[in-house]
Each structure stands twice: as structure tokens, then as C-alpha cells.
Design a protein around this ligand. Structure first.
Ligand code: NAD
Length: 366
């Protein structure tokens, strides 16, 4: 039976992938609740905007009356909470917004969901029984695996390093406490680094693709040996919908791609794909001879001062979600990265409008 999904942060990178998946490949309804910060982009949702199963509400999750009103109006079956400040570098420059949205906003949303769920218990017990609140979090809450070959499991202790990961850790604790204390039917997922289409150009992979295309330096932090476990965003979206609809109340599921790569390897692989698709032209040269390594986009790689508190290694053990819910990623790192580079080559209008700021003009309250 068709359900109504209340998605916070649906105009962001992962939220928009979840909404496209729900509208294109299921018969569910979606209410997208997003404040439209710099990271929110309705142009990532053009393919669903005309669906009668899709509604957008511009609202701040910290606004308690607005959240209460949206729950009453839309009577959701499932909440998927993705709204957050998400960029680690921005959290180092200005942590306050991260505490506000990620911690205070999550608490406000939990309270609005709890009031709504309690009213359902009186009026529609079957709907209350089926209600789920799914909180989407990150593997960065677990801290750093430097110097070990361990993986993060659902039992790994929290040890966040940045203001971003500390604020996400706080929100995870709030969600679990609302389940333990009030019985709110919650689930938590912790996922590794995502990449793919519609990724905001300040993040590593799109930044490298677009800088390389523009012949600009490719800034790599420190020695580039930081290891991340990369997951294609559409694989993450499918995993999230599985957890929200089939996961066990009170459980946590780690989600990852089995793709541990150093940042330097990621950047070099992007360069190799680009060398094949858009051969690098050395400035001032007009020769058509085959590429030499000297002519590769790799020569744009520049090492820059490392980020403070930079974690060296993250790696996820995703065996629980594979075993219990039967989810596995469809893309390998090679297939996913190639698709991503091809997407940026084919969707210049989308990223140019992000770069020049015009994407923010679409933010009307419709
Ligand atoms: P994003 O920054 O691309 O999008 C965040 C969205 O939230 C934006 O549309 C923004 O407008 C909205 N938003 C921000 N503050 C808001 C507020 N106060 N009220 C309402 N909306 C608000 O983020 P993303 O990369 O899509 O990440 C989504 C979630 O997944 C986050 O919670 C993040 O912590 C988590 N996560 C991300 C990754 C990743 O690699 N990107 C990995 C694991 C987990």
C-alpha cells in the first residue's frame, strides 16, 4: 500500500536521490521539508516536481510550530530525517549552525514526531503501529581508524573528531533516547562517504572533476593518504528506503560500499577517466598526439595544508544490513565513479547554475 514519506533535507544531495527513487520507482507519496540553505537545490528535483505524489514545503526543522503543522497536514507514515549541515570544513569555520540544525533541529523534529505519533495512537492505532522515524547519520561519528585494519561495526564506540561529526553523534544519541524513553519507533543508519550525480561542487569528487575541466589546481589535503569508504549515492538511497520500510525498530544499520580508497587514488582515478573522455590540453599546445603522463589532468594535483583534526581512515562493516535486509550495493567504485564523471560532463547547466548562484532563485514556497 502506498505510504507518505516525510523527508527532511530532500533538496540536498542524498535526500534528492531518495526522493527521485521513491517517485520514479515506487508508488509512494513524498513531502519534502527543506529550508533551502546554500546546500538545498530544487533543480536536483526537476524530474519529480510535476508528480502529483510530490509536495515541497520550505521550512526550518528548528521551527517547532511549522513542524507540528506539517505533521498534522500531511499525516506521514514514515519520517526520513536527512536535513543537516553536512560539510566538515564549514563546521570548522563556523560550528554554531551545525549545533543549531543538527542537534537542536533534530530535537525539535523528534518532539513534533512524538506529538503526532501520540495523537495517532488515540485516533488511528494501526497507523501509529506502522509509523517509523528514520534518522540518517554518518560513519564519522565513530572517529578515526588510523593504524588499524578494523572496520566500524554498529557496536563501535563513538569518538567524533570534528564539530560536524560531534553534532551528528549528538543527534544519534537524541534519536536513540527518544526510542528508549518514549517508545518512539526510530531507526538509525550510519553511512560512509557518498558520491554521485547532483553532488554540491564544494565536495571532493565534484570539486576535482570541475577543477580539472577548468584546468585549475586539484587541491589534495596533506599527503592524500586519508582513506574513505565510498558509496554511490543511488545505492545509499535504496538502502535507506529498505531500512525505513523493513528495518527493526530501535536498530542501527551501518551502510558502506566496500570501497576503501585513499583520497589521492580517488583524484588520480578521476584524472584517468577524464583523460580518456576529455583529453587534457597543455596550455598553449595545439598538438593532437596521444597523451603522455605529462599531459594528464594529474599534473594539476597540488598538495595543500591538511585540515585540522583530519581523520585518517574510515571503513564500514556493512554485513548487518546485507544479512538482515538483503541490501548490497549495485555499483563498484570504478563503475560509480565513471557514471559520476559522465554525469558532470552531461549536466553542465546544473553545476554552472550552482557555481554562479542562480540555482538559489528557484526557492519559492510551492
Ligand atoms: P546536503 O548538505 O547536501 O543537504 C542537506 C539538506 O538539508 C539541504 O537541502 C539543506 O537545505 C537542508 N537543511 C539544512 N538545514 C536545514 C534546516 N535547518 N531545516 C530544513 N532543512 C535544512 O547533505 P547530504 O550530503 O545530502 O547529507 C544528508 C544527510 O546524510 C546528512 O544528515 C548527513 O549528515 C548524512 N550523511 C551524508 C554523507 C555524505 O557523504 N554526503 C554520508 C553519510 C551521512
Amino acid at each position: 500500500m502506498s505510504k507518505t514519506f516525510f523527508i527532511t533535507g530532500g533538496a540536498g544531495f542524498i535526500g534528492s536521490a531518495v526522493i527521485r527513487e521513491l517517485i520514479h520507482n515506487t508508488d509512494n507519496h513524498v513531502v519534502n521539508v527543506d529550508k533551502l540553505t546554500y546546500a538545498g537545490n530544487l533543480e536536483s528535483l526537476v524530474s519529480v516536481a510535476d508528480s502529483e505524489r510530490y509536495t515541497f514545503a520550505q521550512a526550518d526543522i528548528c521551527d517547532a510550530p511549522a513542524m507540528q503543522q506539517l505533521f498534522e497536514q500531511h499525516q506521514p507514515d514514515v519520517v526520513m530525517h536527512l536535513a543537516a549541515e553536512s560539510h566538515v570544513d564549514r563546521s570548522i569555520d563556523g560550528p554554531a549552525a551545525f549545533i543549531q540544525t543538527n542537534v537542536v533541529g533534530t530535537a525539535v523534529l523528534l518532539e513534533a514526531a512524538r506529538a503526532y505519533w501520540k495523537s495517532l495512537q488515540q485516533q488511528e492505532p494501526a497507523k501509529a503501529e506502522a509509523f517509523r522515524f528514520h534518522h540518517i547519520s554518518t560513519d564519522e561519528v565513530y572517529g578515526d581508524l588510523d593504524g588499524t585494519d578494523e572496520l566500524f561495526t554498529e557496536e563501535t564506540s563513538y569518538a567524533p573528531s570534528s564539530p560536524y561529526s560531534a553534532s551528528k553523534a549528538s543527534s544519534d544519541h537524541l534519536v536513540r533516547s527518544w526510542q528508549r524513553t518514549y517508545g518512539l519507533p526510530t531507526l538509525v543508519t550510519n553511512c560512509s562517504n557518498n558520491y554521485g550525480p547532483y553532488h554540491f561542487p564544494e565536495k571532493l569528487i565534484p570539486l576535482m572533476i570541475l577543477n580539472a575541466l577548468a584546468g585549475k589546481p586539484l587541491p589534495v589535503y596533506g599527503d592524500g593518504q586519508q582513506i574513505r569508504d565510498w558509496l554511490y549515492v543511488e545505492d545509499h538511497a535504496r538502502a535507506l528506503i529498505k531500512v525505513a520500510t523493513e528495518g527493526e525498530i530501535g536498530e542501527t544499520y551501518n551502510i558502506g560500499g566496500h570501497n576503501e580508497q585513499t583520497n589521492l587514488h580517488v583524484v588520480e582515478t578521476i584524472c584517468e577517466i577524464l583523460d580518456e573522455l576529455v583529453p587534457y590540453k597543455v596550455k598553449g599546445s595545439s598538438h593532437d598526439s596521444p597523451l603522455t603522463t605529462h599531459d594528464s589532468h594529474k599534473q594539476l594535483i597540488t598538495f595543500v595544508t591538511d585540515r585540522p583534526g583530519h581523520d585518517v581512515r574510515y571503513a564500514i562493516d556493512a554485513s548487518k544490513i546485507e544479512r538482515e535486509l538483503g541490501w548490497t550495493p549495485e555499483e563498484t567504485f570504478e563503475t560509480g565513479l565513471r557514471k559520476t564523471v559522465e554525469w558532470y560532463l552531461a549536466n553542465e547547466t546544473w553545476w554552472k547554475r550552482v557555481q554562479d548562484g542562480s540555482y538559489q532563485r528557484l526557492g519559492t514556497n510551492t
